[in-house]
Design a binder for this molecule. Structure first.
Ligand code: ADP
Ligand code: NI
Length: 215
């Protein structure tokens, strides 16, 4: 099994598959998650090949891009078999991606170190300067406002109310982003998340000062 060739092929495949995506899962999201996953993996002594391969393929199975989660996972599995990835590696990558894309209520915890690394890298991409940019881009694409003081952040969201209720980009920080640092699995990701979290707090402070014309 030629690991470098497989990673190359995975990169080309993902670029092609996600070339038309505008839901926040474009190639550059994958690029950042891959790089962050490798940074965390080196610090946590995780398997670099598994982390890189799972990071590259993690959004191929996303329910937004497939008929169902099962169909998405089958697509990834077929690709891995076609590209002659050995069975234990296939099983590990599929296990990581299926746990990551499981959006239902009872979230399963990640079982392996490599899974923890890739999940942390994906969550980190929702934080910090990049996370802020993605949030406003996503809100704009949904037709949400940047901010509206009368719309309060929603608490204890169900999947449905989250999808259908009205919100704003700034509310998304309180509904999700500021909670993510406490969900990190690995120590190294926690240090990265803390820094990105502080940056978002600083950003919000400045934002509200400007909103009131104070600064
Ligand atoms: P993931 O990469 O975990 O699949 P999502 O598909 O939920 O993330 O979201 C993609 C990006 O859009 C993330 O940066 C996320 O924070 C942002 N986002 C998701 N939902 C909203 C929302 N309701 N308002 C603003 N930004 C959002
Ligand atoms: Ni992702």
């Amino acid at each position: 099994m030629d690991k470098q060739a497989i990673l190359q092929a995975a990169e080309s495949y993902v670029k092609k598959e996600l070339s038309t995506d505008s839901s926040g899962h474009d190639w550059w999201h994958i690029y950042r998650v891959r790089n962050t996953a490798l940074t965390i993996a080196r610090n946590e002594n995780a398997d670099l090949f598994i982390c890189e391969l799972a990071a590259l393929l993690h959004d191929i199975a996303d329910e937004k891009l497939n008929e169902s989660e099962e169909a998405g996972l089958k697509k990834v599995q077929d690709w891995l078999i076609e590209n002659k990835v050995e069975k234990p590696y296939i099983d590990h990558v599929i296990q990581i991606i299926s746990t990551m894309s499981f959006k239902g209520g009872n979230r399963q915890p990640m079982e392996t170190l490599e899974g923890k690394v890739v999940q942390d890298a994906d969550r980190l991409d929702a934080l910090g300067a990049v996370g802020i940019a993605r949030t406003f881009a996503y809100a704009g694409s949904k037709g949400d406002l940047v901010y509206a003081p009368e719309l309060k952040p929603r608490t204890s969201l169900t999947k449905e109310s989250y999808r259908n209720g009205r919100s704003t980009a700034v509310n998304h920080f309180y509904e999700k982003l500021l909670k993510l640092k406490d969900l990190m699995n690995t120590e190294y990701a926690k240090t990265l998340a803390d820094e990105r979290h502080r940056f978002m707090e600083l950003y919000l402070e400045q934002f509200f000062s400007e909103w009131e014309g104070e600064k």
